[in-house]
Structures are given as C-alpha cells and as structure tokens.
Design a protein. Structure first.
Length: 109
C-alpha cells in the first residue's frame, strides 16, 4: 500500500494488504512449512491446531494469535496462487473434527 495514503477511507484491496502486513512473518513461516510438509499432488491440508502449536513453540501468545486474526491468511495465499478453504466443526450440529485449511495449487495463468 502506498505510504502517501495515510488519511481517509481504506479500499477493500488496501485493507487486505494492511491485514497481510500486520500478520507476523512467523505465521507465514509456519504455514509455508506445513503446506510443504503435507503437499501431495498439488493439495495440502494444514490443521489449525498444528499451526497454533508451532506458533506457541516460537513464543507467540495463543490469545494474541486469535485476537489479532493472525490465522486469517486465506486471501494472502490466494493472491500467491493457491485456492484456499477453511473448515471447522459446527459443534451445535454435533460435528467433531480438527479445524483445517485446504490449499490447492491454483491454475497457472
């Protein structure tokens, strides 16, 4: 985002850029490692609990990870060429599984 744009409303594109900039590099490092570790035929499933566990091992605070929305990385990876989805259980519906991110290699343009 341009540094001359310091006042006034933010556009949706600028807001997405600001969100990405505010996510610590450690978050992307952990996601990148887990994506690569789990990659199979252009698809990688990354469990949220594995991301959080590795971030806590690096000294990041669990509450801050969630309060600051540091796991909201989908748009950043979409911009990088991935198709990304996120799924978590709906407890009141009786679902029981670990929340996860699915990364699929996007089409080369």
């Amino acid at each position: 985002m341009s540094s001359e744009r310091l006042h006034g409303p933010v556009s949706p594109t600028e807001a997405a850029e600001l969100q990405t900039v505010q996510i610590p590099d450690e978050v992307f490092d952990v996601f990148n490692g887990l994506i690569a570790q789990n990659l199979n035929r252009g698809h990688s499933r990354v469990l949220q609990k594995d991301v959080v566990e590795q971030l806590e091992a690096r000294g990041l605070d669990r509450s801050k990870i969630f309060d600051q929305h540091w796991l909201d990385v989908e748009d950043s990876y979409r911009t990088a060429g991935w198709t990304v989805s996120y799924d978590r259980p709906v407890y009141y519906a009786g679902e029981s599984f670990d929340a996860y991110f699915d990364f699929k290699a996007g089409k080369v343009q």
